[in-house]
Design a binder for this molecule. Structure first.
Ligand code: NAP
Length: 285
């Protein structure tokens, strides 16, 4: 047992999967679910993701040893501000948000004396949302990045590390700003590109044809993540604005270079471009 009482605020894909993983590992005593969507909360209870639900967030966290916040990134700091008055002494607060720098510094400052905040981001997910999408194996073998900053309590960090390890994740630590620059490239840019691609093709006019009716495996594989929750991705884009804009600029330059080689019938240049990209892609498999 790592902790007795865990409060999960936002019992969706990430919060629900974290609760299920810890319960199946037998490292948490009781899980209290808190969520603005009462129907989702009722489903979480009936699916056995949480042991009890709290309609009042302050009451829900008042006896918790740890609180896991997995709501859209723009809402994390306001959730922490709201619950901070009710956190018991020694409580460890952590999150699963996809953007870290601003969230971590705001939440760190909002902690009452005796409580600690540790930022986290599991590198695992699907395009589905809500408690019904949660499953205990979501984090198995996946990375979880923790983003301690100066002043982060060591024993709180250790507790959060133990929880993610018990959930099946491989934990690593990095500075919050570094995290945001890396994930702008490797996660936020691909989502932006997938949304932009589907948007462009969906609105393309080829002699009045519905182009999307011709989609096959390649288009579907490439654009799966454009089915992700639009509100979640709106928040991520805005919270990681500067890093994402820099990544989009880098991508635009790459696309412009590809366009130039096509326009110039540059056979050698195109082969080199595609070969380099294929080598990178093959290398990650
Ligand atoms: P989700 O399935 O939509 O679950 C979030 C839940 O939180 C929803 O039930 C939502 O209700 C509720 N909620 C929203 N605002 C709230 C508030 N202020 N107080 C309490 N509950 C609130 O979302 P998710 O995919 O688990 O994502 C949660 C977090 O994990 C996000 O910060 C995201 O960046 C991060 N993350 C997601 C993934 C992924 O692949 N999905 C991967 C890694 C990290 P409503 O639906 O009514 O808003």
């Amino acid at each position: 047992m790592i902790i007795n009482r865990l409060a999960v605020i936002g019992v969706g894909l990430i919060g629900g999967s974290f609760a299920l993983a810890l319960r199946s590992a037998g490292v948490v005593g009781r899980v209290i679910g808190i969520d603005t969507d009462v129907d989702n909360l009722a489903r979480a209870l009936s699916l056995g993701i949480v042991d009890e639900i709290a309609v009042d967030a302050l009451q829900g966290v008042s006896k918790a040893d740890a609180v896991f916040i997995s709501v859209p990134v723009c809402a994390i700091a306001s959730v922490v501000k709201n619950i901070s008055v009710a956190l018991p002494e020694g409580c460890v607060v952590t999150d699963g948000g996809s953007v870290k720098a601003d969230v971590v510094s705001q939440c760190h400052d909002l902690m009452p004396p005796g409580c600690s905040f540790v930022g986290g981001h599991p590198i695992a997910g699907t395009e589905n949302s809500g408690a019904t999408a949660a499953f205990s194996g979501l984090f198995r073998g996946k990375r979880c990045v923790l983003t301690p900053q100066r002043g982060t309590d060591k024993s709180a960090l250790e507790t959060v590390m133990k929880l993610w390890t018990a959930a099946g994740a491989e934990v690593c630590c990095m500075e919050p700003g570094h995290h945001d620059r890396i994930f702008a490239e490797i996660s936020h840019l691909p989502h932006a590109v997938a949304y932009a691609l589907v948007h462009a093709v969906g609105t393309a006019d080829v002699e009045g044809e519905n182009v999307l009716s011709y989609t096959a495996g390649g288009f579907r594989d490439f654009t799966r993540i454009a089915s992700s929750d639009p509100v979640m991705w709106r928040d991520i884009a805005l919270m990681n604005r500067n890093s994402l804009l820099a990544s989009i600029d880098g991508f635009s330059a790459s696309l412009a270079e590809l366009r130039r080689r096509i326009e110039n019938d540059d056979e050698e240049g195109l082969t080199e471009f595609f070969t380099t990209a294929k080598r990178f892609r093959d290398g990650i498999l």
